[in-house]
Design a protein around this ligand. Structure first.
Ligand SMILES: *Cc1c(COP(=O)(O)O)cnc(C)c1O
Length: 394
């Protein structure tokens, strides 16, 4: 497999994705000759404005939404903040937010700031998860109060791929007059979404997680849902978000959504099959390895595996020597390796949480790449375990 060794084996698609060649092609005219401002009165700007209109409707189609429910932002993080802050401004008398312990830092950190930067004016309930990472619906129901302004629960988890029952949770929130936001950054393009019949008020997505460029996001706001902008300025986006549109990236995101609709089947058959084989082979070939996350209620592209008694960062360094790109579930903060808040919330034992590796695939991965990783990983883990003071195996 020397030839595979010369190129990158990229299985870190939950961190970011390759921009699809078709997306680049769609964008290029808007980086070159079609540079007008979509808000301008002249025809030159007008044709650029038309491209934004078309992209908006392609994105709406993928979500089962209406074009006027789509607002462009700079990223998933901005969309998440905008949704939650909008709800708090819509209901200034309500001071309570419900979320989970496994949210992406975009939501997690905003909720922490809501508590600490306001002198605890706001109260946040973070739902527990079980060892498979799932929430308890009875606990959720009990958490909803008359003081709750908004619920924010991710559609799919970036570390484990777990899919949360947001449709049902949104209905329960609506019944109590509470707004519902979902961070769907990892779900869009991987699993079918049809917002038309759902009680979801806000949904966030991000271009670079579905083969569009970095720096473009969307906030879906359901028709009829009260909305207060985060960025005010010009009258762009019907007054919902000031700032001149990132036209080329918007066009790219429109094309990426069109492609995602076409490739949805492939994602759930070919990609899922590759993921399943990778997971099964690694778990069976490497002793003391375990799956983190739910076995079935999971994205088709993600597997998170703990290799006990070794450090994730050390595994990644060894994988890097073979040009294999993945992520670990621990972040090196101030010299100490902290296991991820997601794995900690799931109660993954210390010895396993440290050695977790997330593989996240895409339609660009191949059987040969899975073979290559399956061939390299056992020796990597074995060599690291030989050096581990905690490893008592052989
Ligand atoms: C990547 C990601 C984000 C942040 O999106 P950006 O566009 O990078 O700001 C938010 N939520 C989830 C679940 C993500 O995976």
């Amino acid at each position: 497999m020397a030839e595979t060794n010369d190129k990158i084996v990229y299985m870190d698609n939950n961190a970011t994705t390759k921009v699809a060649p078709e997306v680049v092609d769609a964008m290029l005219p808007y980086l070159k000759e079609l540079y007008g401002n979509p808000s301008s009165m002249h025809t030159f700007g007008g044709q650029v404005g038309q491209a934004v209109v078309e992209a908006r409707s392609k994105i709406a189609d993928l979500l089962g939404a209406q074009p006027e429910e789509i607002t462009f932002t700079s990223c998933g993080t901005e969309s998440d903040s905008t949704a939650i802050l909008s709800a708090l401004r819509t209901f200034p008398e309500k001071r309570h937010v419900v979320t989970t312990r496994v949210e992406h830092p975009a939501v997690k950190s905003l909720c922490e700031n809501l508590e600490t930067l306001t002198g605890h004016k706001y109260k946040v309930t973070r739902l527990k998860v079980d060892e498979e990472g799932m929430v308890d619906m009875a606990e959720y129901e009990a958490a909803l109060t008359d003081d709750t302004a908004i619920v924010s629960v991710m559609w799919a988890n970036n570390e484990t791929g777990n899919i949360y029952p947001v449709e049902k949770m949104a209905t329960m929130a609506r019944a109590r007059g509470i707004l519902f936001h979902t961070d769907a950054v990892q779900a869009v393009g991987k699993i079918p979404i049809n917002l038309k019949e759902l009680d979801i008020d806000f949904l966030s997505l991000s271009g670079h997680k579905l083969h569009a460029p970095k720096g473009i996001g969307v906030l879906y706001v359901k028709r009829g849902t009260l909305f207060v902008p985060f960025l005010t300025g010009g009258h762009q986006e019907s007054g919902r978000r000031g700032g001149t549109e990132n036209v080329a990236s918007i066009v790219g995101l429109g094309r990426a959504c069109e492609l995602a609709a076409e490739k949805m089947d492939e994602e759930n058959t070919k990609v899922k099959k590759l993921r399943d084989r990778l997971e099964k082979e690694l778990l069976s070939r490497i002793p003391n390895s375990r799956l983190n996350g739910h076995k079935t209620a999971r994205l088709p592209n993600t597997t998170n595996i703990s290799f006990e008694y070794v450090e994730g960062e050390a595994i990644l360094l060894h994988m890097n020597r073979y040009n294999i790109c993945a992520s670990s579930g621990s972040a090196c903060t101030s010299g100490s390796l902290e296991p991820s808040h997601v794995l900690r919330a799931m109660g993954v034992p210390f010895t396993a949480a440290h050695g977790s590796i997330r593989f996240s695939l895409s339609i660009y991965n191949t059987d040969e790449e899975v073979d290559y990783i399956v061939e390299k990983m056992p020796a990597i883990i074995e060599s690291l375990r030989k050096m581990s003071p905690f490893w008592k195996g052989n």
